[in-house]
Design a protein around this ligand. Sequence first.
Ligand code: UDP
Length: 238
Amino acid sequence: MTELKYRRVLLKISGEALLGSKSFGIDAKVINQIAEELKEVYQYGLEIGIVIGGGNIFRGIAGEKQGMDRARADYMGMLATLINALALQDALEAQGISCRVMSALEVIEVAEPYIREKAIRHLEKGRVLILACGTGNPFFTTDTAAVLRALELKCEVLFKATKVDGVYDKDPKKHPDAKKFDELTFDEALHKRLKVMDATAFSLARDYKLPILVFNLLNYGNIKKAVLGESVGTYIKA
Ligand code: UDP
């Protein structure tokens, strides 16, 4: 039996990670790779909730910059996450993984409405749960939705899977000498002004002591390392 470090996790996948080599939309290669990797950890019996972003398709802030009403643009962003959720559901089902999409906005033809008790039931039954449309409210992000869902679904940890290897003392793209942290406390991250997630998401996680593991989704094997508790990315705790 494989020793899992966690029983129930919330995985946040940014929309940007789905871009792969494209500048817009979904790279099928990337989403299939994520599904393959998830199949491995799913077989260990891990309960997995996934909050998916939408930045590869639309972000509220981009609409606002073009003169749109921010709230309306944010609803477009939330719908973008639903598109990604359906693509991920398709890729997971192709791997033989039982999964459900629950949406914070009602779009009942394509996804179940998000109801906490039902969501927990899906997890207990071993279905991968994809959570679409963020919190269902404009002016929030999918990072905040990920923290919120992780807390209400009683996940032990939030995996923030991104395009970078973890949290650095400065931007590693601009500074080749940037140093990656293996572990941080919320207070250290705050005092060092390190950007882990947006302020709303970060303070919610900090207030309710939800550990966050930030790692690179694009390195195959990282999800497995994370669930086995092997060294990967940056671990942020209370
Ligand atoms: N969004 C929102 N409320 C939420 C979650 C998301 O209004 O609770 C909108 C917001 O416009 C955001 C977009 O959906 O820009 C896509 O989400 P996000 O930017 O968090 O995606 P990611 O950066 O992870 O790809």
